[in-house]
Design a protein around this ligand. Structure first.
Ligand code: ADP
Ligand code: MG
Length: 692
């Protein structure tokens, strides 16, 4: 039972049937119809082993004048013995019409007395394994149900009306009466199911609300940077563009959070190309102005480097020290950087996971920014947050200019060791509303819902692989006009070598087809320095075509690129495709995204390509992605093996979710102990998982 995760009485009580069998009634032999699954009771009249056409046990049972034949191709001697003439048996199986009349092949049977009672409820059939017989599981569950601590903990006033208690609900679901509507049990709309789902959703909302409360107990440095003066204003002045209204709005939201003494926990979502980087830079400016450090972390080295260049370009002339930490930066270079971070000389630290390694100690980290946060797994994000907490050590306030002095004054009294940095997460994969409410209820969300002006929408085309030559011709046109193109080859999970061969072949093919133009190759096996070199050449325009595996997926920004070709597009996830398409259409030129696919297309492949044709809206893409993949995969939780919701279904149970959202704060307020016990019962040690 351990294997099925059935350890405690509660586990067993929550192990619900897959379906039910009706053993509550008997069908008279005379009433049996072919194809029907029925239970009958009769007396064995004859039992013999027939050697031909193949060895089998043939048992005849009688009920008055009616007869039924039972046929067993495999049987134990003990079974043969118990089915002796005169024995009264209860038999359940499917009725067939055989050569000798009506028969059942391999029916379930048991010996009964003259007046053995029929079960009063439907018989549950549980998810199980070969080693664990149903009969054993049924018995274990009956006793677990009796023992399990299922007492009502929720005040009736907070429950949705008309639902049974948890104990009643479980009793019902395990042992429904014969007249229970099997349809409502099957589609989980029965009130007993509703109760269970509500419990689960409530536990989740409670744990989110609790996480939020805990966070509000924490202390962060209040970063009173001014937006109308100092670094923030200077940065705005050197930008080659005006902020969009959406960028201004989210920047203001972030500024308000940063000025608070509770750590910010905000998700900045905005479609690819919506201009999140500059919003991050402005937030960094506020933190630095207030005399604190800011760390910016990206999932890949290429992306980190790109951020680094941009931020150095913007901020260094304004007197900000910027450090760069990545996995490939080792030895003395790293030691120097680490020292600059530790001394506080580097006010802004940009990098990959390397930023949170053990040897990195910040002088005073006030703000941590995580770019493309969805690329970090749930567990990684958790680890990241813990790391950052550890690293946000106390330090003497060393203000830049006047702003920083005394930022910390209200915590001088010994509380300072508990300071946490503010956290800003960024993503181009927006979280659909229902998911946001469920899993990220402890997260403030800012949304950039407009693209910078002057962008022309990308034209999307879906071609079969056979039209590859046309696509190559198209690239030739594009580079002839001085523009640039990407060609992305899929990552072949099983074989990195195959993956590479594929990309290399395409690279050679394109290089041959485009004489006089420079083609570059970028793949995961290259050394970071070599990758950076190729990328830099593409950015500078010395390479016209870049053949790449998905290493370029996130964040790369080359406005002159106007054509994106994705080979084997059917192998990519929807949000990945959307990200890739977002690499083009960043400049003024009309851009095209060509999705090449290899037939035959599976259902979900078809759905993904269709979604790409249908819409450019990142929110709609995210919604469809959720629909195609389900919440577990969407959130990347699959890697951790945790089911997110066992009973409730976000698509169907919105009403229950709303109710849970409404009552969770009330319960915490009015019945904190009940809330605590409820979370414990449902989430146990897993609760922290939900805080990520
Ligand atoms: P993303 O949100 O995908 O991270 P970026 O921050 O990389 O987008 O921005 C995409 C491009 O748009 C960059 O070249 C950036 O400099 C430019 N950009 C950002 N904001 C604006 C704006 N308000 N007006 C014009 N261009 C902008
Ligand atoms: Mg970005």
């Amino acid at each position: 039972m351990d294997k099925l995760g059935l350890r405690s009485d509660i586990d067993l009580a929550l192990h619900l049937p897959l379906r039910y069998e009706d053993e509550t009634r008997l069908t008279p032999l005379a009433a049996l119809r072919e194809g029907q699954v029925a239970q009958v009771e009769a007396v064995v009249s004859d039992s013999r082993i027939e050697p031909r056409p193949r060895r089998q046990l043939i048992v005849r049972v009688r009920d008055g004048a009616e007869e039924l034949l039972l046929r067993f191709l495999h049987f134990y001697p003990s079974q043969q013995k118990s089915l002796a003439p005169g024995a009264r048996v209860r038999v359940r199986g499917e009725v067939r019409c055989g050569f000798f009349g009506r028969e059942m092949v391999h029916p379930a049977f048991k010996l009964v007395g003259d007046d053995s009672p029929l079960p009063a409820s439907l018989t549950p059939v549980y998810p199980s394994s070969a080693q664990l017989p149903q009969a054993y599981l049924r018995k274990a569950i009956v006793s677990a149900l009796a023992r399990a601590p299922l007492q009502e903990m929720l005040p009736a006033a907070l429950l949705p009306p008309g639902l049974p208690s948890l104990r009643e609900a479980l009793q019902f679901l395990h042992h429904p009466p014969p007249d229970a509507g099997l349809a409502t049990l099957g589609d989980h709309s029965h009130p007993a199911w509703q109760r269970l789902k509500f419990e689960e959703l409530l536990a989740q909302q409670l744990s989110q609300a609790q996480a939020k409360r805990e966070r509000l107990q924490l202390r962060a440095p209040a970063l009173h940077g001014r937006t109308d003066a100092g670094l923030h204003k200077q940065l705005l002045a050197v930008l080659p563009f005006q902020l969009t209204a959406a960028q201004q709005r989210v920047s203001a939201e972030i500024a308000v959070d940063l000025a608070r003494e509770q750590p910010m926990h905000r998700l900045l979502q905005g479609d690819v190309g919506s201009g999140k980087t500059v919003v991050a830079a402005l937030a960094a400016a506020l933190a630095i102005d207030a005399g604190w450090q800011c760390a910016l972390m990206a999932p890949t080295e290429i992306l980190a480097e790109q951020h680094f260049r941009k931020l150095v370009h913007w901020l260094e002339p304004l007197g900000v020290g910027v450090a760069w930490l990545t996995g490939s930066r080792k030895g003395k270079a790293r030691t120097q950087m680490v020292a600059r971070v530790a001394s506080g000389e580097a006010a802004l630290v940009v990098g990959t996971h390397a930023v949170i390694q053990d040897d990195v100690q910040f002088a005073k980290l006030g703000l941590a920014i995580i770019d493309e946060q969805h690329r970090f797994g749930v567990q990684q994000r958790l680890a990241l947050r813990r790391k950052l907490v550890e690293h946000a050590g106390p330090a003497p306030a060393r203000g830049r200019g006047g702003e920083g002095a005394g930022v910390n004054s209200s915590h001088e009294d010994g509380d300072r060791a508990k300071l946490e940095p503010h956290l800003l997460m960024m993503t181009a994969t927006p979280i659909p509303r229902t998911l946001a409410m469920t899993y990220f209820a402890d997260l403030e969300v800012s949304t950039i819902d407009e693209l910078p002006p002057g962008r022309t929408p990308v034209l999307t085309k879906v071609f079969a692989e056979s039209r590859r030559d046309e696509v190559v011709a198209r690239i030739r046109d594009e580079v002839a006009q001085g523009r640039q193109a990407y060609w992305v080859c899929p990552l072949i999970q099983e074989s990195e070598a195959l993956d590479l061969r594929n990309a290399t072949q395409t690279y050679e093919e394109l290089a041959a087809a485009l004489p006089g133009h420079a083609v570059g190759l970028l793949h995961g096996r290259m050394k970071p320095a070599a990758k950076a070199e190729v990328m830099a050449q593409f950015v500078a325009g010395t390479l016209q075509v870049l053949v790449a595996t998905t290493v370029i997926e996130v964040g790369v920004d080359v406005p002159n690129a106007s054509l994106m070709v994705v080979e084997h597009a059917e192998r990519f996830g929807l949000s990945q495709l959307h990200q890739l398409r977002g690499r083009v259409g960043r400049g003024a030129a009309a851009s095209v995204c060509v999705l090449l696919y290899a037939a035959p297309l599976g259902e979900s492949g078809k759905a993904r390509l269709k979604a790409m044709l249908d819409t450019h809206d990142g929110f709609e893409i995210a919604r469809r992605d959720l629909e195609i993949r389900g919440p577990g995969e969407f959130m990347g939780a699959r890697q951790s093996g945790d089911a997110l919701l066992r009973f409730a279904d976000l698509a169907e149970d919105n009403r229950l979710l709303q109710h849970a959202r409404r009552v969770a704060p009330l319960l915490l307020e009015q019945h904190p102990e009940a809330a605590q016990r409820h979370v414990q019962r449902w989430l146990g040690a897993g609760a922290e998982f939900l805080k990520a």
